[in-house]
Design a protein around this ligand. Structure first.
Ligand SMILES: [Fe+2]
Length: 253
C-alpha cells in the first residue's frame, strides 16, 4: 500500500478536472490518497471530483480547505458552517473519509483548521483582496480567530495506538517557516491567512513524523525538528513553476 499526497486540485478549472478524469483507473487500487483541501467552490464539483478519486484509490482521506467552504456560488443560501456539514456529507457519500485511518503499523490523521493570524495580522490591502472575507459567511459576531478555534477544536488530541507510524495532514500551514525564503516580498502579503501555529502543536502531540499540507500552492519538502512537511499542491493552471502537477508518493510499505 502506497500513500499519495495531493492538495488544491481546484477542479473549478477545466484543465484540473480533466487531469483528474485522466488518472489511471487501475494503478492506485491498493493505495491511499491524502487530499488536503481546496477541491472546488461548489458542492456539485466537489462530489464529482471525490467520486472520481474514490473510483481509483482504495481510500481517499480528505479535509476541506477554505475554497470548499465558500458559499457565494451555491444556489441555496447557507453559511460556511452549514456548508462544512454538507461538505462532510457529500464527501462521505462520495466514498471519501474525514476520519483517522489505520492500516497495520500506519495511522493517518486529518487535522481541520483555519488561519488565526498567528503568522501575522492582515493589513488593509489583504483584507481588500482576500476572497474568503467575502466568499465565506460565518455566524454573527464570529471573528476569524473564532473560526479557527472552532475547526482546530474538532481535531483528535490523543495519539493513535503506540508503535504506529503517524502521518497527519491539514489544508493550512502549521508553521510559517514552511514558506521558502525566495518568496518575493509582495507575495508575503498573504502570510497572515496561511495557517495556524496551533496545528504544529497538535500534529506533534499526535506523534506525527510526516505532515502533508496545502493552501500555499508552493511545492515543498522540509524536515524540521523530526517532522517532514510536504506540500504537493496541484494549484491553478498558470502556476506551473511552483506546482509539480502530479501525484506524489509520500509513504510506501
Ligand atoms: Fe486554500
Amino acid at each position: 500500500m502506497r500513500v499519495f499526497a495531493l492538495s488544491d486540485i481546484h477542479v473549478d478549472y477545466a484543465d484540473n478536472a480533466a487531469w483528474v478524469a485522466g488518472l489511471s483507473r487501475s494503478d492506485y487500487r491498493d493505495d491511499v490518497l491524502i487530499l488536503a483541501g481546496d477541491v472546488a467552490g461548489t458542492l456539485g464539483r466537489l462530489q464529482d471530483c471525490l467520486e472520481a478519486f474514490a473510483a481509483r484509490f482504495l481510500r481517499v482521506l480528505f479535509v476541506p480547505g477554505n475554497h470548499d467552504l465558500w458559499v457565494i456560488r451555491e444556489a441555496v443560501r447557507m453559511d460556511s458552517l452549514e456548508k462544512f456539514d454538507r461538505v462532510v456529507a457529500v464527501a462521505t457519500a462520495s466514498g471519501a473519509s474525514l476520519q483517522p485511518f489505520t492500516a497495520g503499523p500506519l495511522a493517518i490523521v486529518p487535522l481541520h483548521g483555519w488561519y488565526d493570524y498567528s503568522f501575522g495580522e492582515p493589513d488593509a490591502q489583504l483584507q481588500a483582496v482576500w476572497m474568503d472575507y467575502r466568499a465565506c459567511r460565518w455566524p454573527e459576531g464570529w471573528r476569524t480567530q473564532d473560526v479557527a478555534a472552532h475547526f482546530l477544536g474538532l481535531n483528535a488530541t490523543a495519539p493513535p495506538a503506540p508503535a504506529r507510524t503517524v502521518i497527519t495532514f491539514s489544508h493550512y500551514l502549521p508553521r510559517l517557516d514552511l514558506m521558502p525564503p525566495y518568496v518575493p516580498p509582495p507575495h508575503r502579503l498573504v502570510y497572515p491567512v496561511l495557517g495556524s501555529a496551533t496545528l504544529d502543536v497538535q500534529l506533534r502531540r499526535l506523534g506525527s513524523v510526516l505532515h502533508v499540507y496545502g493552501h500555499s500552492h508552493v511545492n515543498r519538502e522540509v524536515r524540521i525538528d523530526g517532522v517532514t512537511y510536504v506540500n504537493n499542491a496541484f494549484a491553478y493552471p498558470a502556476e506551473t513553476r511552483i506546482a509539480a502537477k502530479r501525484l506524489r508518493c509520500v509513504h510506501a510499505g
